[in-house]
Design a protein around this ligand. Structure first.
Ligand SMILES: NC(=O)c1ccc[n+]([C@@H]2O[C@H](COP(=O)([O-])OP(=O)(O)OC[C@H]3O[C@@H](n4cnc5c(N)ncnc54)[C@H](O)[C@@H]3O)[C@@H](O)[C@H]2O)c1
Ligand SMILES: [Zn+2]
Length: 358
């Protein structure tokens, strides 16, 4: 078990990473000493929510459980309304606490609800997907989707604590588990070569879900994200490095109506970004090759997703309009180091996207 502290504008919070860490969760709740607690979970993690409720029982806090339907559609205004109505029925007051048990979907929804209920009550995050552990539970972004755009409505609301228990991952569907490694590779290429090497050295253990190996990887990713978030919580500069692989990745998701999973899309986006960097002589061929190999080893193969290149390019253009005419690409320079804010000639983008989808 390890514990690290993440700094944020609203104060720092502990992140506990371990396996079977019920006692630590209990201590977190004891320390927060809430008047009451609500667990927000989704229908696929109901039993994990019950386990969390049981784990905190000895503190005297008896959390009620609110279950939303699993899936991205629950990041909606109507789901938010229902969660808040539940808080109201349960008389959650300013000293209450929301415990989000689930992946990024539940985390974003429950975090947003916590941030607006009574102008903000405390939030404890219990991520149950690998993606939520290494990414969405850290950094304080919450939100729901607009009618047409993802994550359009949201707040910055850092949690009071995050408890990442590897035991939660045991029931995670294989695809969701594997696809999340795209984000882990992202940290390895863009920020921390040590993560890249850990992924190479511990591939078997990690793919089997070995909890020790997972703890190490989650710890390294949380540390990488925590460092950049502490410097730039509101994403005005350096935080953009976390978008490595996401420019073409998001465009692929949008162009395929989100049929391609986020992890697969990010893997595609990293392959495109690295090739752009190579053609602009910002990195060498060894980086491109090493990244390709690692992605393939983690079940994120170089198979072209069935997508119309013009649509993907149009989605990148759309992104450009949103940013006043400039897409800022994150370009890898060497393993473990990328730079945000690169302008790339449109012709190069077109060529690389078309090639990647050929
Ligand atoms: N706030 C942020 O900084 C941030 C960062 C990245 C992503 N996100 C958001 O996170 C969301 C994606 O998160 P995700 O990949 O965790 O998806 P998710 O929360 O939708 O979970 C994926 C699926 O796995 C199920 N599930 C979750 N935990 C499980 C478990 N332990 N056992 C069995 N099933 C389980 C869920 O019910 C769901 O069906 C997106 O909405 C994205 O916008 C937010
Ligand atoms: Zn992502």
């Amino acid at each position: 078990m390890v514990r690290l502290i993440v700094d944020s504008a609203r104060g720092s919070y502990p992140v506990i990473i371990g396996t079977g860490v019920h006692r630590e969760l209990r201590n977190v709740i004891r320390r927060l000493d809430p008047s009451s607690a609500v667990i927000v979970a989704d229908s696929n993690v109901r039993s994990l929510a019950q386990k969390v409720a049981k784990a905190v029982k000895p503190t005297g806090v008896r959390p009620s459980i609110y279950v939303v339907r699993a899936g991205e559609r629950s990041k909606s205004m109507s789901a938010l309304h229902d969660v808040l109505a539940f808080f109201e029925r349960r008389n959650i007051d300013r000293a209450g606490v929301v415990i989000a048990v689930g992946g990024g979907t539940v985390g974003d929804l429950a975090g947003f609800a916590a941030s607006v209920w009574l102008r903000g009550i405390r939030l404890v995050s219990v991520p149950t997907t690998l993606l939520a552990m290494v990414d969405s539970s850290i950094g304080g972004k919450t939100g729901i989707n607009g009618t047409r755009s993802k994550n359009a409505i949201g707040t910055f609301w850092p949690p009071s604590a995050v408890v990442a228990d590897m035991a939660c991952l045991e029931t995670l569907p294989a695809t969701s588990y594997r696809d999340a490694f795209a984000e882990v590779v992202k940290y390895g290429v863009a920020m921390d070569r040590g993560i890249f090497e850990l992924l190479q050295e511990q591939r078997e253990q990690l793919l089997e879900g070995d909890s020790r190996a997972l703890e190490r990887v989650v710890f390294r990713c949380v540390t990488a994200k925590a460092l950049v978030v502490a410097r730039d919580e509101r994403e005005r500069g350096p935080r953009a490095i976390l978008n490595y692989g996401h420019t073409a990745g998001h465009a692929l998701e949008a162009a395929t109506g989100f049929r391609v999973s986020h992890g697969r899309a990010v893997a595609f986006g990293m392959r495109v970004a690295a090739r752009i960097a190579l053609s602009l002589e910002l990195c060498g061929p060894r980086l491109v090759q090493a990244q390709d190999e690692l992605l393939t080893e983690y079940g994120l193969p170089d198979r072209s997703p069935a997508a119309d290149p013009s649509r993907v390019l149009a989605a990148i253009e759309h992104d450009k309009k949103a940013r006043r005419g400039r897409v800022a690409w994150v370009m890898p320079r060497r393993l473990g180091h990328a730079e945000p804010g690169h302008a790339v000639p449109a012709g190069v983008v077109r060529r690389m996207v078309r090639k990647a989808l050929a």
